[in-house]
Design a protein around this ligand. Structure first.
Ligand SMILES: NC(=O)c1ccc[n+]([C@@H]2O[C@H](COP(=O)([O-])OP(=O)(O)OC[C@H]3O[C@@H](n4cnc5c(N)ncnc54)[C@H](O)[C@@H]3O)[C@@H](O)[C@H]2O)c1
Length: 283
């Protein structure tokens, strides 16, 4: 963390969803280090309790809140609880869910869960946050965790990429409508980041390919994305709204991504990770 960023958020209250692990937990820790009081929310109650305890043990201020963001009643209860913290300056709508599978195979329940968690859940959280911010009249900053797949969709992630593309569009319209209340809305689009969400896939052999296709030579860390979220949440991005920021180490330059197929064998596409090898020869 840059030294001059410390304390930027002193006196502010932030909500971070999906904060029991990965990017959300790193973001909660980062915003707390920057001085915010953080409401750490997730469907995983034990997870958020542990993260909040860590933050407090490190000298920060945090409260754990359990919420399934696909359930409108639970989101309403979350925002009722948040009123105990007084104001709400920052909302990081980060919780998400995704699985990969061929378009021909994806089941309706998997498609629906992808949209329920990523789109409907994020909508419920962002709408409640925006309403609270308008009511309080202090402005605010909303950051949504989208994905590089929103703008560079990859094979086998049709539901996930479609859902994240919907979030980018939602953020654009939120920025347009909420600017008049001094509420900014932006998205981060992480690339492959080492978290619980990607662990099994990366461990099954995909890591070799994602590393080969990362210009910076590594996968993302939760803290990389947390840094970008902290920028968009805080005062140093005061004139930034309606933007979607890639935080992917340049991996999107390899679009359409790390699953490829040889289309010379029509109807027998065998989707395998695609390794682009630099031969050292000029084209
Ligand atoms: N890891 C990556 O490579 C990657 C890349 C692009 C985008 N993202 C996005 O980053 C965000 C964070 O994911 P992560 O990588 O840290 O994974 P993660 O699995 O560590 O974190 C996701 C969190 O969301 C929570 N969650 C899931 N469903 C929920 C619900 N219904 N209500 C409330 N919380 C719920 C989970 O309990 C979990 O703590 C997600 O939106 C994900 O789509 C991740």
């Amino acid at each position: 963390m840059p030294e001059n960023a410390a304390g930027d958020l002193a006196g502010q209250v932030a909500l971070v969803t999906g904060a029991a692990s990965g990017i959300g937990a790193a973001t909660a820790r980062r915003l707390a280090r920057d001085g915010a009081t953080v409401a750490v929310a997730d469907i995983n109650g034990d997870g958020v309790k542990a993260v909040a305890e860590d933050i407090v043990a490190a000298g920060g201020a945090a409260t754990a809140m359990t919420c399934d963001q696909t359930d409108a009643d639970q989101v309403a209860a979350l925002f009722a609880d948040l009123e105990q913290l007084g104001q709400l300056d920052i909302c990081v709508a980060n919780a998400g869910w995704g699985r990969y599978g061929a378009f021909l195979d994806i089941s309706l329940p998997a498609w629906q869960k992808t949209f329920d968690v990523n789109v409907t859940g994020t909508f419920l959280v962002c709408q409640s946050a925006a309403r609270r911010m308008v009511e309080l009249g202090r402005g605010g900053s909303i950051v949504v965790t989208s994905s590089c797949g929103a703008v560079n969709p990859v094979a086998l992630f049709s539901a996930y990429c479609s859902a994240k593309a919907a979030l980018n569009t939602m953020v654009t319209v939120m920025a347009y409508e909420l600017g008049q209340f001094d509420i900014r809305a932006n998205a981060v689009m992480p690339g492959v980041t080492e978290t619980a969400m990607t662990e099994a896939l990366l461990d099954s052999g995909a890591r070799d390919y994602t590393l080969a296709e990362s210009p910076l030579g590594r996968n993302g860390r939760p803290e990389d994305v947390a840094d970008a979220i902290a920028f968009l949440a805080g005062p140093h991005s005061g004139f930034v709204t309606g933007s979607s920021l890639l935080v992917d180490g340049g991996a999107s330059t390899f679009s359409p991504g790390w699953f490829g197929a040889d289309f010379r064998e029509r109807h027998r596409a065998n989707w395998t990770p695609r390794h682009v090898q630099w031969t050292g020869r000029p084209g």
